[in-house]
Design a protein around this ligand. Sequence first.
Ligand code: ZN
Length: 239
Amino acid sequence: MKSHKFFYIGFTFLSGVFLISAAVIGHMLNSDNNSVFVSAQPEAMCVVIDAGHGGEDGGCVSADGVLEKDINLEVAKKVAELLNSMGYNTVMTRSEDNMLYDMYGDNYEGRKKTYDLKNRLKFTRENEADILVSIHMNKFPQSQYHGLQVYYSDNHADSAELAQSIQSFCRLYLQSDNQREVKKAGSNIFLLDRAEMPAVLVECGFLSNAEETEKLCDDEYRKKLSFMLSMAIVSYLES
Ligand SMILES: [Zn+2]
């Protein structure tokens, strides 16, 4: 069963690579204006991957001290790397363990969290992002809850579709028991409340659940999670 699943993931990946290669080659062949191919031109798109929290803002913490900011960064790096390797211009709001309140030299005094979030949004806008994907981990008072959950911004009609792509790929390729549905973000999620482009926030798992925390600390699991996320993003971008 397991090997079948991996074969399917591998097959899906290769199909994706093939489609993207075809799109890129099509774009190259297209340059003389005798259009034959419809090109996806992935290099013309900009994907912003946001690793939530960082620096003095650890985000949520597991019972044994695992910090959300660290898992967010590991997953975000892998997703960005995969998308870049497939030809999508992908940038990260942060690639180190830091908050972003001084990114633009603002007078943030006493308002680190506010400026951190404002600058993530400013960075996303400056990069003219086609999509924004923010990576987070979840926490709940009761420890039994687990599973990936996607929130989407209500500002752009395509946000729900991007969220649905991720939630569906998760059910198909990572967590077959995940019955969660995508959720519209409230005004409490700053980035999704303000972003104009299709934007989602992925709560990749619960740090309040010991079993899921253990998985999220495992690099092999993080690779599978990141692979699933990048394929879901590609699927959305190509649709
Ligand atoms: Zn968070």
